[in-house]
Design a protein around this ligand. Structure first.
Ligand code: HEC
Length: 122
């Protein structure tokens, strides 16, 4: 699994690969690869705490290197395509890492995102 992902990053742009390597992100990505198998289903919050959260900050609630995902106006199809294919030089393609069901779970997670304040002051 890992070599595929790293070769995708290589194609995406060496600047990003260097950024990821510098930050120790490679280790986090490798850890992230273990989640789907270990949990039986995808642990999306964990995925966002590690792999996706590197660019989509605070679990996707805030923009970072990538856009905010909470309250996105993108369609499910757009989100599915972006996760599968990535964006050259900006976001790695994750198509080989996730099944259709995994991506359904990611979309459900994104749709259910709420601001932290709302979640903690019940
Ligand atoms: C290396 C940084 C990076 C990582 C890691 C990353 N993304 Fe992204 N993501 C981006 C960037 C940059 C964009 C905007 C691409 C563009 O220009 O359209 C984006 C766009 C998206 C979009 C579309 C949002 C929109 O409004 O256009 C979704 C959904 C998304 N990412 C989900 C994910 C998920 C899920 C993961 C983890 C499996 C992930 N991303 C990991 C950088 C990243």
């Amino acid at each position: 699994m890992a070599p595929t992902f790293f070769s995708v990053i290589g194609k995406g742009g060496s600047a990003m690969a260097a950024t990821l390597a510098r930050s120790g992100m490679i280790a986090l990505l490798a850890a992230g690869l273990a989640f789907p198998a270990a949990a039986g289903h995808l642990d999306v919050p964990n995925l966002f705490a590690s792999v996706c959260g590197f660019c989509h900050e605070d679990g996707g609630r805030h923009a970072g290197k990538g856009p905010q995902l909470m309250n996105t106006e993108r369609s499910d199809d757009f989100i599915r395509k972006r996760i599968r294919e990535g964006k050259r030089g900006r976001m790695p393609a994750f198509g080989r890492m996730f099944s259709d069901e995994d991506i359904d779970e990611i979309i459900a997670y994104i749709r259910a995102l709420k601001p932290r304040e709302q979640a903690s002051t019940e």
